[in-house]
Every structure is written in C-alpha cells, then in structure tokens.
Design a binder for this molecule. Structure first.
Ligand SMILES: [Zn+2]
Length: 182
C-alpha cells in the first residue's frame, strides 16, 4: 500500500469535485496532503452569494496528528485546510461587486467513527470536529470553511446607496428593514 492509495489524485492536482479521502484517519496518521484549484462556479452554495462567480480558489488539505492533554502521541487527528483566492461579493450598501480577498487556514479534528466526541468541542471555536468516516468528500468541507469566513455584511469603505447616487428621494428597501428592526 502506497500513500497514493489514500486518495484519488491526478498529476495536475486533485479535482475538488471528486476529491475524497478513502480513510481520513489514515490520511491524518500518515501526514497526507492534497491540493489543487477549484473554479468558484463549482461551489454551488457559495455561488448564490456572489456578484459573479469568476475566478478560482487554490486549496490544500493536510492531515496530521497531535498528542492529547495526557501526552499520548497521535491520539488526536486533524485536517488542516488552507484556502486562497478572490471572491466577488455584493456590497450591501451600493449593491456593486465587493472584492473579498480570501485567505484562510481552517482546522478540523477528526473523530473516529463510533468514538465519543470531546466535551470541549463546542467551546473550541478555532477547530471544528467532524466524523472521520470513510470516503470523506472534501468539496463540502472546503465550501463550509469559506461560507464561515465570509463577512456578514460586506460594504465598501466609501460608496453610496444606489438611490442616493441617482439623486432620487426614494426610500431603499434596506432603510425600511432597518426601521422595522427598531
Ligand atoms: Zn458599495
């Protein structure tokens, strides 16, 4: 068994759409890594939030182990995700494209199938836990990390609402919403 047996990978890098870890626990134990580049348009949940879905995101997934609090080597297994690219979000004020430079490093602790979940999982916001079940698909994981990293309400530092720019006195739907929240 070679390292390559853990993953489906092509010479040009892994296609995220089909990248699957056959055995994520073994991938982490062996310090495996996989990388590639994915077109933004392939990320269907993300695509709906964008002004346009042009461009690519480069991604890397690495596996590794750390000792637990008792110093037992290799008892905690992780996937580390590194993502980089540019997303064209929609500015919530002027509704124009807002370029968001994505550069994130995420951490996922792998819980062995059937094992009990660590109590501190909910408290540790720097690292989510997922089940390290066989045939783990990477695309949903990458997309989740990106969705979590997006700004809640992207706005240009300087811009004007479209109705103000046009000089009309019409109340924008956002102003109406803001009024309702009071
Ligand atoms: Zn704007």
């Amino acid at each position: 068994m070679s390292q390559q047996d853990h993953t489906i990978q092509t010479a040009a890098g892994a296609a995220l759409e089909s990248a699957t870890l056959a055995d994520p626990m073994a991938f982490a134990r062996d310090g495996g890594s996989l990388s590639g580049s994915v077109e933004v348009v392939r990320l269907q949940r993300l695509r709906d939030l964008l002004a346009d879905a042009s461009g690519c995101i480069t991604w890397e997934v690495r596996g590794g182990e750390e000792e637990d609090e008792l110093g037992q080597r290799g008892s905690r297994k992780f996937l580390w995700l590194d993502l980089e690219g540019e997303l064209r979000l929609v500015c919530q004020r002027c509704l124009g494209p807002y370029v968001f430079p994505l550069r994130l490093s995420g951490c996922l602790e792998l819980i062995a199938p059937g094992a009990s979940w660590p109590d501190d999982e909910l408290e540790d916001e720097s690292c989510d836990a997922i089940e390290g079940a066989r045939n783990l698909e990477l695309l949903p994981l990458v997309e989740d990390e990106i969705l979590l990293a997006l700004p809640q309400s992207p706005r240009h530092e300087v811009c004007a609402p479209p109705d103000e720019a046009a000089g009309s006195g019409k109340t924008s739907p956002f102003a109406v919403l803001a009024g309702l929240k009071k």
